[in-house]
Design a protein around this ligand. Structure first.
Ligand code: GLA
Ligand code: CA
Length: 694
């Protein structure tokens, strides 16, 4: 993999990296090798943004017969028309792959995560795999934008049914859907939105699960209630349309204020910890705005969710959604999700762990295969991220502080990136055309990717060792590992603790690969493998030197979670945050990245945005802001009995496929329905009650 100098390089790096200044290595920095083409199988059918949904009243509404018979006729529920908003969200038939659906059946999911509780707004995970996506609704929605032409791309309305900008662009008025109700029948309104903002996002003692902070919506941004169905944003910038993406999953999905507020320390005697833990996994029937409500939980076994009788979305015939009566979540492992989905004992998987690719492909190719499997673009990627805080984030001890100083040394980062044989790393996961050389930065599958703006330091172990020496590291005791200089951390071997998520085979394989390859460089890396929940806690509190992390939306869509691209706020970057009450100690190139991201957010011009992202890519890869490990495509696996799965849905882009397929519109044709429902003809009960209503 030793690349000779690429003649096209100078032309390629039109944004002018000072190429001559980089001449020191046997192998010169270049652009990454062109990846083996990997044609996505399902071709996306691109549509106009306004062809997906609208808000309007329909002449009549329908629900499953058993809901009318068992619940409405007995007086347990009001008629469906009174449970819906004045103007529900209507999905247009023309955008539904197989058209209007029928009621019934369940989607059987399998996950590797475990629920901490139902208090998403206070930072609790429900176990991932789309549980929280199925029960939350957000002001806007972005997942379905994968099918919208890029020039037309703006978040879709959702809880915010429409919005208008003031003429100076500093105020954004949002109109909430009127008359929609939580799954327990209590009206949803601006108080829910304000509780989320004031008491969860802005309250520094609360951190919502996906890390929303005030800066997620722009430094200095405020939000206020105008009336029950109107809220008004005020921004420092003019027309920062970018923040409409932050109002989608997972940073602006309000919880039920009528249930949460009485437990919040501001309105009760509770501590913040008691508030966070007030709704443990056993708390059933948590009110939701999403299509399904959790009604059953058995530890390490299953979570069952039943249809929300107050769901506020319909099809054009007036059928209240969802079509599917139930969602099941078997609590197992992520690897088991793939195995069960291809075998037909589960219904859905994002095939994202390359270790399972070959077996899954084989099974899916058989004539009697129960599931469809379609690969999409190369949007799954991993980075090694270094903790760049030298001013105290996570309270480092002397050794860890010394490692952070190294992380901030560019020679050191170059040594690390040059010491990676990325071909070998990729092949250790799966052989074949799947993995590609990924130097870091934006994913090659995003529309903002520009290969010529990507700086790649090819694998060159000798060059890497020279860089390490330049960073002042020598093996002074001859045991094969470099030592800190005398006077730093006792001159001991440099020892780097690397955080890794033990829930995923791929994360562990890559971490082991990193340990092995760093050993050849002379760097000792020690793994700190934790389950997903503990891993996140360590990461958010800065307790790591290095970390292996699967990429998020900021690198796959760029417009979603953009603020996470750089430390634009005290808590927006994954690997560089401020200590409590402190500042982020930005390095000069990080300041450039922050400027670029801020400009990107406040710029409406598409050409300028594209050019800003080229600059971002160049600076972040040239200075090794993060160290790319590998990149590959994922495949969506869905049981063949389901209809309305949009063709070409990527497993990850603006959001995960559980959102992108728009599950509330997915259905099973009558002749294909299976008897998998665990709570047939039952609806959610009262908040906190055990099990469904009977
Ligand atoms: C986990 C899984 C993903 C996806 C998301 C949804 O991260 O690994 O495939 O299901 O949950 O949140
Ligand atoms: Ca040594």
């Amino acid at each position: 993999m030793r690349n000779l100098r690429n003649i096209g390089l100078a032309a390629g790096l039109a944004l002018s990296v000072s190429v001559s200044a980089l001449n020191a290595y046997a192998s010169e920095p270049t652009v990454p090798p062109a990846p083996t083409p990997f044609p996505a199988e399902g071709k996306i059918k691109y549509v106009a943004r306004d062809s997906i949904l609208e808000f309007k009243a329909l002449p009549e509404y329908h629900e499953p017969d058993w809901v009318t018979e068992k619940y409405v006729k007995t007086g347990k529920l009001p008629p469906v028309k009174d449970r819906l908003p004045k103007e529900p969200l209507v999905f247009k038939t023309g955008n539904m792959q197989d058209g209007i659906g029928v009621y019934g059946d369940t989607m059987r999911h399998v996950i590797g995560g475990r629920p901490e509780g139902w208090n998403y707004g206070a930072g609790q995970t429900q176990g991932w795999g789309g549980i929280d996506i199925g029960l939350s609704e957000c002001l806007t929605r972005t997942a379905p934008l994968f099918q919208v032409e890029a020039k037309d791309t703006e978040p879709l309305p959702n809880l915010a049914r429409s919005w208008d900008w003031s003429s100076d662009g500093h105020k954004l008025t949002m109109h909430l859907v009127e008359g929609a109700k939580w799954s327990d029948g209590v009206p949803f309104n601006a108080d829910d939105v304000m509780f989320y903002w004031d008491d969860e996002v802005v309250d520094p003692n609360v951190s919502p699960l996906n890390g929303a902070t005030p800066e997620t919506f722009g430094v200095g941004t405020t939000l206020k209630k105008i009336d029950d169905y109107t809220v008004e944003w005020t921004f420092k910038e003019a027309f920062p349309k970018q923040y409409l993406y932050a109002m989608a999953y997972g940073t602006f999905c309000p919880g039920p204020a009528h249930i949460l507020k009485p437990q919040h320390p501001k309105y009760s005697k509770n501590t913040y910890d008691q508030f966070k833990n007030a709704f443990p996994p056993e708390f059933m029937n948590m009110p939701v705005m999403g299509a399904w409500v959790p009604v059953e939980y058995r530890a390490d076994d299953i979570i069952v969710m039943r249809r929300n009788p107050y769901y506020w979305k319909v099809d054009e015939k007036g059928n209240q959604l969802p079509y599917l009566n139930e969602l099941q979540y078997k609590l197992s492992t992520w690897a088991d999700r793939d195995v069960q989905a291809v075998a037909g004992s589960a219904d859905f998987s994002n095939l994202e762990q390359p270790e399972n690719f070959v077996a899954s492909l084989k099974r899916a190719a058989e004539a009697n295969a129960p599931a469809r499997l379609a690969f999409g673009p190369r949007l799954i990627g991993y980075n090694l991220r270094m903790n760049f805080s030298a001013n105290g984030w996570g309270n480092p001890d002397e050794r860890s502080q010394a490692v952070r100083e190294l992380n901030r040394n560019e020679d050191f980062r170059k040594a690390v990136t040059m010491a990676f044989d990325r071909k070998a790393l990729g092949d250790s996961l799966v052989k074949g055309p799947f993995t590609a050389i990924y130097p870091g930065g934006l994913s090659s599958g995003t529309s903002f990717y520009d290969r010529d703006s990507t700086v790649y330091y090819p694998f060159d172990l000798e060059g890497a060792k020279a860089e390490l020496a330049k960073a002042g590291l020598k093996d002074t005791d001859g045991d094969g590992f470099v030592n800190f200089p005398a006077g730093t951390a006792g001159g001991k071997n440099v020892e780097i603790v690397m955080l890794v998520n033990n829930d995923y085979t791929t994360d562990k394989s890559l971490a082991e690969g990193v340990v092995g390859q760093m050993e050849k460089l002379g760097l000792r890396v020690v793994l700190n493998g934790l389950n997903g929940t503990q891993r996140d806690a360590s990461q958010y509190s800065g307790r790591f030197d290095w970390l292996v992390r699967r990429n998020d939306q900021e690198l796959t869509s760029v417009v979603q979670n953009t603020e996470q691209l750089a430390p634009v706020g005290p808590r927006t970057s994954w690997n560089h945050r401020a200590p409590e009450n402190g500042e982020v100690d930005l390095m000069p190139f990080e300041k450039d990245l922050v400027d670029i991201v801020n400009k990107f957010v406040s710029t409406q011009d598409n050409d300028q945005r594209a050019s800003l992202m080229k600059q971002f890519q160049k600076i972040s890869t040239e200075h090794v802001y993060n160290v790319g490990l590998t990149e590959y495509p994922g495949a969506l696996i869905v049981n063949k009995r389901f209809s309305n799965i949009p063709q070409g849905t990527p497993i990850f882009m603006f959001n995960w496929a559980e959102d992108s397929i728009i599950r509330e519109r997915v259905f099973v044709a009558a002749d294909k329905q299976a008897k998998y429902e665990l709570f047939p003809e039952e609806l959610p009960g009262k908040p906190g009650d055990k099990g469904p209503m009977d």
